[in-house]
Design a protein around this ligand. Structure first.
Ligand code: GLV
Ligand code: MN
Ligand code: MN
Ligand code: MN
Length: 393
């Protein structure tokens, strides 16, 4: 299974570029469909484009669902997302070889556009299903070329007419378990190949627009400039300092410059802040402080700063009963970890008992080509997922 997936959307960097509804994403989706077909699972695509592979009566209630996503960030690692989908199929195979009798409907899911790399909002498929993104909100999403989400779906052969909340489907899900590569160093130096998730930090994305004045790089005296790059650079430094003091995270990982010429002072710098903190109060005050620092610096530089919140995801605490059950099943000393990384499981947890399992990542690197996992740890992940599912189905 893994071998077939590995070449899809692979970039020169060795990472992956599998953006929602692009060719590589379509190839991954075909892979999913083929995996479902080869097991005789009933394949279905919901109105939001999420893919499902069903065993048992898919219209019945209380289904047990597992899976993750197949899209990636720009030059993302091989495991973020695909490991959860692949492990779901492998765990299903394992349950069959154990002769497990399923008493509840069971499904494997590939949620659309988890990373938000193309349209700027993460977890689009799960947000739509749960209603935390409305159809109207989805119709307004555009990629960098101005293509709207419905147009992109249509171009990929998927009818966007049914985009929107899917309460009936959601109500049929009795439990969701997502296996995922660990995305930091929490397990890298431990003896533990696996961990159970406790919580996801609240997080969000803010767009900072720094408006200055374009001018000649060779003739405009420094004191005459209204240089938005200067304000932006100082804001990046302030964000880092303030995040460190708050015990939180702040990242400017994407920036757009206009007119983007080597020999011109820019007219506009647009930087996207991704910020995450252990609690919502800390996150709100950190972002407010960064905004204030940007505004103050802009005042000195003659640069107008405007901030738009593009998304916000509240604190997630995974289902305590399910989490405790998993910890007991997988060994009482299994680490139980919070994370700053967002997941579809976090979105679903507002509506469905949800849990996550992490697989050790020896490099501790994620959202980059160096993300890694040992084969034995992946195998332990599949067995653990099968153990957990066996207790549920
Ligand atoms: C998704 O992977 C995120 O946490 O940004
Ligand atoms: Mn990711
Ligand atoms: Mn992921
Ligand atoms: Mn993610």
């Amino acid at each position: 299974m893994w071998k077939e997936l590995l070449p899809l959307g692979r970039a020169e960097s060795g990472g992956y570029r599998r953006f929602a509804w692009t060719g590589p994403d379509q190839e991954c989706r075909q892979w999913f469909r083929a995996q479902a077909a080869s097991r005789g699972l009933a394949y279905e695509v919901d109105g939001n484009g999420n893919q499902w592979a069903w065993f048992g009566d898919k219209s019945a209630e209380n289904a047990v669902v597992t899976g993750s996503h197949l899209d990636s960030v720009p030059d993302g690692g091989a495991f973020d997302g695909p490991l959860g989908v692949l492990s779901a199929f492998a765990a299903y195979d394992e349950l069959h070889s154990r002769g497990t009798a399923f008493t509840r409907p069971f499904a494997i899911v590939n949620f659309c556009d988890e990373e938000g790399a193309r349209f700027g909002l993460s977890c689009v498929g799960s947000r739509l299903m749960t209603g935390s993104l409305t159809a109207e909100g989805a119709h307004a999403l555009r990629d960098a070329d101005g293509t709207t989400l419905p147009r992109a779906m249509e171009a990929a052969g998927h009818d966007p007419a049914a985009l929107g909340p899917d309460p009936e489907r959601l109500a049929r899900i009795g439990a969701f378990v997502e296996l995922h590569i660990e995305q930091g160093r929490a397990l890298a130096e431990t003896d533990h190949p696996l961990a159970v998730a406790s919580a996801i930090w609240p997080h969000g994305r803010w767009r900072f627009d720094f408006h200055g004045e374009a001018n000649h790089a060779g003739t405009t005296r420094l004191e005459d400039r209204r240089d938005p790059m200067l304000t932006y650079a100082n804001t990046v430094l302030a964000a880092r300092k303030k995040a460190r003091l708050a015990g939180a995270l702040a990242t400017f990982g994407k920036v757009a410059v206009e007119p983007n010429g080597v020999n011109a002072v820019p007219s506009l710098v647009r930087g996207w802040l991704d910020s995450r903190a252990p609690d919502e109060g800390t996150l709100a005050s950190l972002v407010a402080e960064i905004e204030r620092a940007a505004g103050e610096r802009g005042g000195r530089d003659g640069v107008d700063v405007r901030v738009t919140r593009e998304s916000a995801t509240p604190l997630v605490e995974f289902d305590h009963a399910l989490r405790d059950r998993m910890a007991a099943l997988l060994g009482k000393d299994i680490p139980v970890l919070p994370t700053g990384a967002g997941h579809d499981a976090g979105i679903l947890s507002a509506s469905v008992p949800t849990a996550m399992l992490y697989v050790r990542n020896p490099t501790g690197v994620s959202h980059a080509p160096a993300e890694s996992a040992e084969e034995d740890d992946c195998a332990a992940g599949v067995t653990a997922l099968a153990d957990v599912l066996e207790g549920l189905v």
